[in-house]
Design a protein around this ligand. Structure first.
Ligand code: HEC
Length: 434
């Protein structure tokens, strides 16, 4: 692997790795469901607005959908905080690297999200002002949908780029990262999922009493609208399966394992019975959608398995890189420790060198009884200095054969173990010491 291996900051994780991974998977699934409802809702609001130009009833439906978008959007953003923080914690070096490599685009997410928020609210609150200026009205819906399409593309480009450290050296900004081999397929797979989940959500929503009220209990109109969404959901599943297969075969092999292939197939499998049930439902003339609940359950199961598979793939793809970073970090820590020890050692050596000769011996043999200023067992250094100023030989001869001078003092012991040189050094040191 010729990928850049950054050094990690050796800090412990705030909780067990398994727990954090579990929370990442769960919080991401919750987040992505609301993202799908938000993006799907906004696509359908736009579609219904355009359809409403000819069939006014759809104008009404568009507004009904619009009111859910701001809610789903807020939930998508709030629920997105947890997985974002968790991915930052679990994959800090990789996510940092990929975010930095597409830095401009990554930072632009903030103004883009703010713009999308404001446009979505303007669309909702000023609906009645703009409804008769259809170009502007549709223009706003289109802008909102495009923003909601662009933001996930930036996210996906980033989380995809982090999976391929060996590509980092070649990446020059957002567009080159977007053209990595599997971003577009993944993105199409994601957008069709939004259409699918958005359509299913709207089939459910338009089956509720307040929609009937909104439609003034026009049973035929309601059935027509619900069928419209159900047909979209049906078409989306088929495209979803196709794009899913393309994603599967184009996934770079470094993250692949049989377990992941199995998980992906298992996650895709519910699409078969779901398509069958949807097809059957669409054959019924009364539009009751008898199998709708089962269909929703199947897709709920599918998105959970896909969420797990997605995490597995990432963990697999980055296992080697993570290990290499851990190794590099350990090596670095060892080298840093070695360097600190070496520095400490040289410092001690220097300190030893820079001490005046005699100082160490004085501390070892004499300091116990000779304090710099106070008379203790023996006279203070001050007193000795005054007595022997300019006469270190005097100290040497005294120490070789200490006499008995002060009546109140004990007799000073002799130091036969010290050489003449040592004694001279001690004497000089005593006279010079401050
Ligand atoms: C166990 C305590 C003790 C130690 C250790 C000791 N001394 Fe003394 N030193 C004394 C005492 C007590 C006197 C005072 C003796 C007296 O006045 O009779 C003294 C006095 C001296 C004097 C003064 C002599 C004078 O003319 O008044 C010098 C100089 C001296 N010591 C040098 C040294 C040196 C050098 C060392 C270390 C190699 C040393 N001493 C270690 C106890 C000690």
């Amino acid at each position: 692997m010729n990928a850049p291996i950054p050094r990690d900051i050796p800090l412990p994780l705030p909780a067990g790795e398994g727990l954090l991974e579990f929370l990442l998977i769960v919080s991401f699934i919750v987040h992505i469901v609301f993202v799908h409802l938000m993006l799907g809702g906004s696509i359908f609001s736009l579609v219904c607005q355009i359809k409403g130009l000819k069939m006014p009833v759809f104008e009404n439906v568009a507004y009904f959908i619009m009111r859910t978008i701001t809610v789903n959007k807020s939930l998508a953003v709030v629920m997105g905080v947890a997985p974002l923080l968790l991915i930052n914690t679990l994959y800090a070096p990789q996510f940092y690297a990929s975010s930095a490599l597409i830095g401009d685009a990554w930072m632009s997410v903030i103004p883009l999200v703010i713009a999308a928020f404001l446009i979505a609210y303007a669309h909702k609150f000023w609906w009645n002002h703009f409804v008769n200026i259809s170009e502007l009205h549709i223009g706003i819906a289109l802008m909102e949908t495009l923003l909601f399409l662009l933001i996930p593309l930036i996210f996906m480009t980033n989380v995809n780029l982090m999976l391929f450290p060996e590509r980092w050296p070649d990446v020059k900004g957002f567009f080159s990262a977007m053209l990595l081999p599997n971003v577009i397929q993944r993105y199409l797979h994601f957008v069709t999922a939004s259409v699918l989940f958005g359509a299913l959500f709207l089939v459910w929503l338009t089956g509720r009493p307040n929609f009937a009220e909104n439609m003034k209990h026009d049973a035929l109109g309601i059935a027509e609208v619900r069928r419209f969404f159900y047909v979209f959901a049906f078409g989306a599943v088929i495209i979803q399966v196709l794009t899913g297969l393309i994603v599967l075969v184009s996934l770079p092999s470094n993250g692949m394992s049989w377990k992941i292939v199995l998980l992906l197939l298992l996650g895709g499998a519910p699409a078969l019975p779901a398509t069958w049930w949807m097809w059957r439902d669409l054959q019924e003339i009364d539009n009751r959608f008898a199998n709708f609940n089962q269909v929703v359950m199947l897709f709920a199961g599918s998105i959970i398995i896909m969420g797990v598979a997605r995490h597995e793939y990432r963990a697999n793809a980055l296992a080697d890189h993570k290990a290499a970073i851990a190794q590099k970090t350990i090596n670095y820590q060892a080298a840093a420790l070695q360097a600190r020890n070496d520095a400490e050692f040289t410092k001690n050596m220097r300190a030893a060198d820079s001490e005046p000769p005699g100082s160490a011996d004085f501390k070892q043999y004499c300091a116990a009884c000779h304090h710099p200023e106070l008379p203790t067992v023996g006279p203070a250094l001050q007193e000795i200095k005054a007595l022997y100023a300019g006469n270190p030989e005097g100290i040497v001869s005294w120490t070789k054969a200490p006499g008995k001078k002060r009546p109140d003092s004990m007799r000073m012991p002799g130091f036969p173990q010290l050489s003449q040189q040592q004694l001279q050094n001690i004497a000089n040191y005593m006279l010079e010491a401050r």
